[in-house]
Design a protein. Structure first.
Length: 144
């Protein structure tokens, strides 16, 4: 009887190999998780700029396709888009700063104004950018 009890107590724990395999699996999984968090953090910096560009591009496309005049009004920390006097979309720009003397709080986008150069200077992440709104949407480059 004593011999059976000793044998059953002997196999109760994990072996060193089992513990090492589990630690290796956890290490590999944590590597993927950390790298995905790092990529999402780096992409979040550009998301503000990309969402602003898609906001402008949407309204340029709308003006070209429908022929409507789009008014982009800069109010405090928001850009309000109005079409035919109706507010359509609002973009909040906490991380963007604009130089307002060039466009006096409002940009008019229509098919006639897109033939001319509409310039829009803005600051994002302490970098000054010059944006040019045309039929292709907004193109921007860093000012030096």
């Amino acid at each position: 009887m004593e011999l059976k009890r000793l044998k059953s107590d002997f196999h109760r724990g994990f072996t060193l190999i089992e513990i090492l395999v589990v630690l290796i699996i956890i290490g590999i999984a944590s590597t993927f998780v950390i790298s995905s968090f790092n990529n999402s953090f780096l992409n979040s910096k550009n998301n503000v700029l990309n969402s602003f560009i898609s906001f402008i591009n949407y309204h340029v496309d709308h003006s070209i396709i429908s022929g409507d005049t789009v008014y982009l009004e800069f109010q405090n920390k928001n850009i309000v888009a109005k079409i035919n006097g109706q507010k359509t979309k609002t973009y909040s720009h906490n991380d963007l700063n604009f130089e307002k003397p060039k466009f006096k709080d409002q940009i008019i986008i229509n098919q006639n104004s897109l033939y001319n150069t509409i310039t829009l200077d803005f600051v994002y992440n302490n970098q000054i950018y010059e944006g040019i709104i045309s039929f292709n949407g907004i193109d921007y480059e860093e000012k030096k």
